[in-house]
Design a protein. Sequence first.
Length: 429
Amino acid sequence: MNFRDFKLDPQLLEGLDAMGFEKPTPIQEKAIPIILENKNLIACAQTGTGKTAAFILPVLHKLLQHKNKGVNTLVLAPTRELAMQIDQQIEGFSYFTNATSIAVYGGGDGQTFVAQQRALRSGADIVIATPGRLISFLGSKKIDLSNLEHLIMDEADRMLDMGFYDDIMKIISQIPKKRQNLLFSATMPPNIRKLAKNIMEDYEEISIAISKPAEGIVQQAYLAYDTQKDQLLGGILKNKDFKSIIIFASTKEKVKNLSRRLKNSGEEVRQFHSDLDQKEREQLMQKFKGKQVRILVGTDILSRGIDVEGIDLVVNYDVPPDPEDYVHRIGRTARAESTGTAITFINDKDIKRFKEIEGLIEKEVPKISLPDHLGEGPAYVFSSHKGRSSGQGRGGRSKNERKSNHQSKHRNRSSSNQKSRPGRKDRRS
Ligand code: ADP
Ligand code: MG
């Protein structure tokens, strides 16, 4: 497959050549024909898979076929950085065309506002905007969207996480009803479909497949501060039903430190990370497979490819940085129709990341209450307030204080396995 197969405008193909794009990525291959057919679309694919070109190329193509007056396309993006990035990509693709674009976002000084305002007045085919700033332009009638044909939401999951739902709905109430809606996202949490159902009657949906965890894995999670994790782990390892265990930590240093602490507490453990050469790794895996070693502590290099039958327990001592790694890590257990348990420790800073994982696997992982003697862990709410982690809930407060804490209530709710609330509205651009 080649970009020429989409029969895109020759000027766009020229731009693609200049940018060194040869073959479309899988998401581009699927999304571009649907968009060219004027259908609504929700598209989900991981970061770095080329989503920007997937929505911009067909929209530019249509725009070049018939140029209308005023703004033709609105792209909503969660942050100023992303808005600028999309604008730059559009400039690249449209270099050999007469299409124009402008990015409007907050955060600058008064001058930026005036400059954006002036640019808007002189007109642009494509406006890329953060929701907050767009609303202020709409409010002061500085932007006319009455001829809009395409509404694109990029990183829709992130916009919802950041609390832009109401802003998005407000913007939508002020643009033409007859338009094409394109919703792009790295993950597909349930609130994305809810948004989609609210703003469009029907739509196509494409999702670039990612590996899903096997059915046989029992997934559980604990909300625990770093200071609570060792004791929590110690308790879990006492269960002698777990005969073959892998514990993941995200860095080599963490693996080394954790192994040392486990050894000091009397556990028989071995470490697995990139300092070991190939031969050492193989010997260690032989011992682990032969059940001479009960516990392996390792980084994510342990998570890819190794095939050991009969691992009963995988512990994620921390939440993996990349959601796909979660699937790889827990996939070490429950191979080939056996069953296994995967337990993840989520500290106060990893909550957002774990929610991303739940989005990816399209499943809420049950949160187990900490054993009483460990006290209370963090609440399962994501907040981007910078000040939040500074001491709050670190065990320094009395029980009454905790009880009166609004967020603890949410935690109780989510640990009784109900849906937790979506992200809070607290960041603005
Ligand atoms: P996403 O939005 O999915 O995270 P981007 O649209 O930002 O991904 O694209 C990631 C990178 O891949 C960008 O640098 C982009 O220029 C490049 N890219 C996208 N599609 C192609 C392609 N078909 N061929 C070559 N490079 C591409
Ligand atoms: Mg993107």
